[in-house]
Design a protein around this ligand. Structure first.
Ligand code: PHE
Length: 350
């Protein structure tokens, strides 16, 4: 049998593969390397591709030997390409690190950072402080029925809170028939709404907007309150005072000065008010003065009955804090209207 040549290419001439391998090892750029890869593996004219195609024309025995050789060659070339590519990439990064320096001392224009308005910020704080005392947050509508805002709270027609001076009534033709509607004058209707749905024991606070026809340095037609309600079998006035005092100290300052005095609200008995010392405009009033901040008291038996809760079995207290007034005392702000004018010079102070 005729002896088969070891190499398809005569050994005296360098095979194109030797040249290509040398070129890969000394390639200067990634683009050069891509070109060499094409020369080897290109689908139409790649040397290796062509050599592999040629296998089909060989005798079986020769094909086995040649096939093994070409496979080894293919693996060698792939490894060579891979190594060189990594070297070139590393070098490219290295030179980038040298040329592209970062100036860490460069000062960039400051980004303006905003913050919550004083009122929502304070309300979050309220939810946090009362949350730690076991109170849940409940919310209700700002447009209320006359029943919820007044009647069910034991507020008779003759009470000054019902005076046309105080209340925004909603024109009847804009509302569903069957009752009169108001912009709630207080958050107290939430006491009724909640107790109609939940049996004691219960502890809630209800922050939100309230509306009255007033406007001066300590009144605004829209202002915020948060209602509180705690009902159980043996909830006492002493418990109420403890909750009030804890809230004031946590929300304003441990040194806040306040006083309890009796006050009348038809839906509590007895009723109390809490005043706090308010410097107002310091220059104008060095003595300081007392500002009414909280109305509170033991929930009236009629209110419990209106919610089908037995006043012989359950009792408790309710309170309503004026949010703006508390913040005024906390930061000694002289005029409540500053909260709403949107003057950044005012808002940025806090
Ligand atoms: N709702 C009363 C007000 O707005 C405050 C209050 C709430 C008083 C709960 C007693 C109990 O003035």
């Amino acid at each position: 049998m005729e002896e088969l040549p070891k190499e398809r290419y005569p050994t005296s001439m360098p095979s194109p593969f030797d040249t290509l391998k040398a070129d890969i090892a000394s390639a200067k750029t990634l683009a050069d390397l891509d070109k060499l890869e094409q020369d080897l593996f290109g689908r139409k004219h790649g040397h290796l591709t062509l050599a592999l195609k040629e296998l089909g024309t060989l005798q079986p025995e020769e094909r086995t030997i040649k096939g093994k050789e070409l496979n080894a060659l293919k693996q060698e070339c792939t490894a060579l390409l891979d190594t060189r590519r990594k070297q070139l990439q590393g070098a490219a990064l290295g030179s980038l690190a040298e040329s592209d320096t970062i100036d860490v001392t460069l000062t960039l224009p400051q980004r303006e950072r905003g913050h919550l308005h004083l009122i929502p910020e304070f309300i979050r704080n309220v939810e946090d402080v009362f949350g730690r005392m076991g109170f849940e947050v409940a919310q209700g509508p700002e447009v209320e029925t006359e029943d919820y805002n007044f009647n069910l709270l034991n507020i008779p027609d003759t009470h000054p809170a019902r005076d046309a001076q105080d209340t925004f009534w909603i024109s009847e033709d804009s509302m569903p028939p069957g009752g009169r509607y108001v912009l709630r004058t207080q958050t107290s209707p939430m006491q009724i709404r909640y107790m109609q749905k939940h049996q004691p024991p219960l502890r809630i606070i209800c922050p939100g907007k309230t509306y009255r026809k007033d406007a001066d340095a300590t009144h605004s037609p829209m202002f915020h309150q948060f209602e509180g309600l705690m009902i159980g079998e043996d909830v006492s006035l002493a418990n109420m005072k403890a909750v009030m005092i804890t809230a004031i100290r946590e929300l304003i300052s441990p040194k806040a000065e306040f006083r309890f005095r009796t006050g009348f609200f038809p839906f509590v008995e007895p009723g109390l008010e809490v005043d706090m010392l308010w410097q107002g405009d310091e220059a104008q009033s060095r003595e300081g003065k007392w500002l009414e901040v909280v109305g509170c008291g033991m929930v009236h038996p009629n209110v419990l009955k209106n919610c089908s809760i037995d006043p012989k079995k359950f009792q408790g207290f309710a309170f309503g804090f004026g949010v703006e007034r508390m913040i005024m005392i906390k930061h000694q702000i002289p005029d409540l209207r500053s909260f709403y004018v949107g003057d950044l010079r005012f808002l940025k102070q806090f």
